[in-house]
Design a protein around this ligand. Sequence first.
Ligand SMILES: NC(=O)c1ccc[n+]([C@@H]2O[C@H](COP(=O)([O-])OP(=O)(O)OC[C@H]3O[C@@H](n4cnc5c(N)ncnc54)[C@H](O)[C@@H]3O)[C@@H](O)[C@H]2O)c1
Length: 361
Amino acid sequence: MMHSVAILGAGIGREHMLGYRALPELFTVQTVCDRELERAEQLAALAPGCGAVSGIDAVMDDRKIDIVDICLPPHLHGPVALMALAAGKHVICEKPVAGSVAEADELMAAAERAGLLFAPVFQYRYGRALYQLAGLQDRGLCGKPLVATLETHWNRGAEYYAVPWRGRWQSERGGAVLGHAIHIHDLVTRFFGPVTEVTSLLDTRVNDIETEDCAAIAMATDSGGLVTSSVTLGGATDSSRLRLIFDALTAESRRNPYAPGAEDWSFTARDPQRQDAVDAALAEIDAEIAGRPTGFAGMFLEVSNHLNGLPADLVTVEDGVRSIELVAAIYHAARSGERVSLPLDRSLQICADWVPEDEAE
Ligand SMILES: NC(=O)c1ccc[n+]([C@@H]2O[C@H](COP(=O)([O-])OP(=O)(O)OC[C@H]3O[C@@H](n4cnc5c(N)ncnc54)[C@H](O)[C@@H]3O)[C@@H](O)[C@H]2O)c1
């Protein structure tokens, strides 16, 4: 079955549009909504028959729309997702899916109650090297997760922060931990399992903003894996790197910041005699994934599979909630100096709101 989509927000919404256009037999983009109508019209022009509107209500009232795809500034994600679910629409939502753990929980409950899909956007999972690593793990060739190092070393300056919603607690809801490293943190949990413990140091050292732009984070996952994550927005270039050490295999990315799985990774067996088995498995996996779309199209294909009752490699609403819970835990650990366990105790104030008191409206 073909699904009809409304894209809300014409910034990164443009990349979403290209993703849907790569799957014309599965999706039609019915409407683009942006409060700057001209931006909506320009993006709508990329899809045949696509309309443009400036008001969100018009999308909610349109019975022809099956899926609302939220590409709006972060503080609007939760409220607009709740409106869409109440209007009977499936939701695809850009990161961060919510501005607090309480809001993420509310979204999950609302989607479950309505029997509708809430799909968080973590398109980095959908890349060739990540498909390969998942295939190796499924075949039992990785072994037990031991340690991982993650780098999100990007370059963001005054021009980036000239967009008014960025860099402010009330509208961006967080800094590099919430906005940038959230992708790589999602990726590591895909292979090492959910985070169970966190310690962190955060600082604002690059830009004159309210939120953090440097971080040193240590995490343990439910598989026993130990993860260190280094984050800054003061890199000379945009570079992301992952090194995942399992007891039977080491997987290492290159430095592609926005699609880490798009470039070849190295997969090295710890026992040199097992390298042939790894290489043979990689050849088999490559044949299986030939032609599988990547990035946003890769993610949207799985959304379509799920909605059509087919097996789907989906980012779940639970993954989305966990991504927000991890952000809250990182903030809590940095502010308290404590080691924080997850799942978080929902009675903690940090679950209600992590915006520092002196920044609250
Ligand atoms: N997955 C990724 O790789 C990725 C990359 C970039 C941004 N993002 C996320 O996407 C979201 C949007 O980021 P962006 O960089 O596209 O921002 P942006 O500011 O470039 O675009 C947001 C758009 O939303 C519109 N808008 C704002 N309020 C509106 C309202 N009330 N009604 C209708 N339209 C409204 C704005 O006019 C703007 O065109 C953020 O949450 C960001 O974190 C994700």
